[in-house]
Design a protein around this ligand. Structure first.
Ligand SMILES: *Cc1c(COP(=O)(O)O)cnc(C)c1O
Length: 361
């Protein structure tokens, strides 16, 4: 059996040791006589899994005690709606800094409930940059300022945490959480769908400053209420136990590998390799993002002739390099190089790109 180097943007590759452990524990979870998906979420086996996942995530990311952690069903898009329900009063303004597709999605999901303000946007340049902080138009009395830490499709990443004063900063870290050190205390809320860097699709992590949970927010059902979810240990109803378990294994693997400092080092190295292959190709390959904010996680690139896209993807697959097709809104190619992607995978891709250029250039 041979596994390919999988550059999928999400659901993305999981670390092999995680898949192997899940396989070993599939039929009989640690002597329970059943798999973890077949056991009650209120039983001792799953409660231990859930608690370990939170403990390890707190250690990995460095989450202070005055922040709550929720494990919620649904994706990052779900949290984009829930954030408006939980933290903005009806019709209250909320500021959005839009630097790509997921920033636009965040706007759309909050639209029914808040007075949306676009504090800054890079749409004018095709989402290839991040508007400088001193150009942002922040609104007095805004419920929060929302940013997308890493734009998974456009390949644009905040390298620093912007200062937004006393208004809580909310950030979508779906595709970059745990890829490097993060000062959680600078944020009001951080959320991430798990399927990029934390595990499988179907579960999200919400990290929220506890005092914000006292906000009134919008009328909402209990199931959409973060405060109620926290009181219930994220088990107001049956949680996605399998996803939570795999997330826990993935987080544990990252700790064992050396934590966020180590992944920051690897991510810099992998991204450098790939951008060097693109920039050094004399225009055969191209990435249009402002070099100061190029993503370390998602590298979109274009071939100089899109007639070569088909052969590139087919030959890459032959070479054991899969899921490189770009997102439909941009076209071209995209290599997603999350924590589970080894350096060897990126080296293989860079070598393939040079080889492909020689044969087709
Ligand atoms: C993938 C992604 C989303 C959407 O996640 P879903 O789980 O599909 O809702 C939102 N934001 C970012 C930054 C993403 O990478």
């Amino acid at each position: 059996m041979s596994r390919a180097f999988n550059f999928s943007p999400g659901p993305a590759a999981l670390p092999e040791p995680v898949l192997e452990q899940a396989q070993r524990e599939m039929l009989d979870f640690r002597g329970a006589g059943a798999s973890i998906v077949e056991l009650s979420h209120r039983g001792p086996e799953f409660l231990e899994v859930a608690e370990a996942a939170e403990r390890d995530l707190r250690t990995l990311v460095g989450i202070p005690d005055d922040y709550a952690v929720l494990f919620t069903a649904g994706g990052a898009t779900t949290q984009q709606a829930l954030m408006a329900l939980n933290f903005a009063d009806p019709g209250q303004p909320a500021d959005y800094v839009v630097t790509g597709h997921w920033g636009q999605t965040a706007l759309k999901q909050a639209a029914p409930w808040v007075d949306l303000r676009i504090a800054a946007s890079s749409e004018g340049d095709g989402f290839r940059s991040i508007p400088p902080r001193d150009t942002w138009q922040l609104t007095d009395g805004a419920a929060y300022v929302h940013i997308t830490a890493n734009e998974t499709i456009h390949g644009v990443e905040f390298r620093d945490t912007p200062d937004v004063g006393d208004v809580p900063l909310f950030a979508d870290f779906s595709s970059s959480i745990a890829s490097g050190p993060l000062d959680v205390s600078r944020y009001g809320m951080i959320y991430a769908g798990a399927q990029k860097n934390l595990g499988p699709v179907g579960i999200s992590v919400v990290i929220v400053r506890r005092d914000l949970l006292e906000r009134a927010g919008q009328p909402r059902a209990e199931i959409f209420d973060f405060r109620s979810q926290l009181a219930a240990g994220s088990m107001l109803n049956t949680p996605p136990t399998w996803n939570w378990y795999l997330l826990g294994l993935t987080v544990k693997w990252m700790l064992d590998e050396g934590g966020v400092e180590e992944f920051a080092r690897r991510s810099e190295h992998k991204a450098k390799l790939l951008y060097a292959a693109i920039d050094g190709s004399g225009g055969f390959y191209r990435n249009d993002v402002d070099p100061a904010v190029r993503s370390r996680m998602n590298v979109p690139f274009f071939l100089h002739d899109d007639g070569l896209d088909g052969p590139f993807l087919a030959e890459a697959k032959e070479a054991g390099l899969i899921s490189l097709k770009g997102h439909r809104v941009l076209g071209g190619m995209r290599a997603s190089i999350y924590n589970a992607m080894p350096v060897e995978g990126v080296q293989a891709l860079a070598a393939f790109m040079r080889d492909f250029q020689q044969r087709h250039g």
